[in-house]
Write a protein that binds this ligand. Sequence first.
Ligand code: 26A
Length: 348
Amino acid sequence: MASPNQYRLLCLENPLLDIQAVGDEAILKKYGLKANDAILAEEKHQGIFEDLLNNYDAKLIAGGAAQNTARGAQYLLPPNSVVYLGGVGDDKYAAILQDAVKQAGLRVEYRVDPKEKTGRCGVVITGHNRSMCTELGAANHYDLDHLKSPEVWALAENAEVYYVGGYHFTVCPPAIMELAKLAAANNKPFILSLSAPFIPQFFKDPLDASAPYWDYVIGNETEAAAYAESHGLGITDIKEIAKALANLPKVNTQRKRVAIITQGTDPTIVAIQGEDEVREYQVHEIAKEQINDTNGAGDAFAGGLTAGIVEGRSLAESINMGQWLARLSIQELGPSYPFPKQAYKPTQ
Ligand code: 26A
């Protein structure tokens, strides 16, 4: 059982195994994929996983956006700081995930489905773009019963910060709402990632139901634009969209909402509820040849930022931690972090 200062951060979403390969125009075209996107696999995408494995020398890498964030936050925090929830199958892909989280020191409480296969995400790398096509499998069967089981709920009650990946709106919105309400009732920060443009587009209602509980909302420029469009905001300026997100109605009025929009190598935009001025944080670029791939860059940013929030650091420092971890991750294969561990240095 967790002691009060253990597992201070609890994360929820979809554990996936990434099947990642360097691809080309041909494979993007074959499956009708955009170079930089994240979608749910349909019938026509079924062959992509075998295709990547057989014809593109794909690697199997632990993925799942918020699981990457959870590993990232644990990378920066003391041992036994982070616990992650999600659904997997009882198969060799789940065993690969278990190994990866063990190495990262991340505690997981998986709902293991006896019949469904562990979810997988085909990742096609072309240059600095990544196209992701996900078959959720067992991750799609995560349920409230698991969250509310005594041991898991005790971890939830014990946590001090909550991070939910928006991709989970496709799976179990009631679980998201339970955590959101728990956070607000105890004045603890609830962090939500928009995750992908299709979430505000096609999962608008459950997303909007959770909005009053967001203490931090994180997205990138395309997700912010998709939010603005699907909500008829009539604005395209990223700073204005960040402001609109920050100023949505809020349940816990003891915390001002913070909206954080990343824009690749362009400055990170931050709007705070009730404040007129929008802040900008420069990104410290690394040389292009140092970049391995950008799969998981946003998750790493969220991991560093969330670690800063858990430690009660300033917003500026938390963002710097996010940028630092994202920089490490893009130099690795897929959504990974370097081992042996590098120590965070506050200066650039
Ligand atoms: C529901 N969907 C589509 C997803 C995902 C996802 N994680 C959870 N749910 N689609 C892609 N990912 C993960 O995003 C990471 C990069 O940000 C991939 O597994 C990849 O590791």
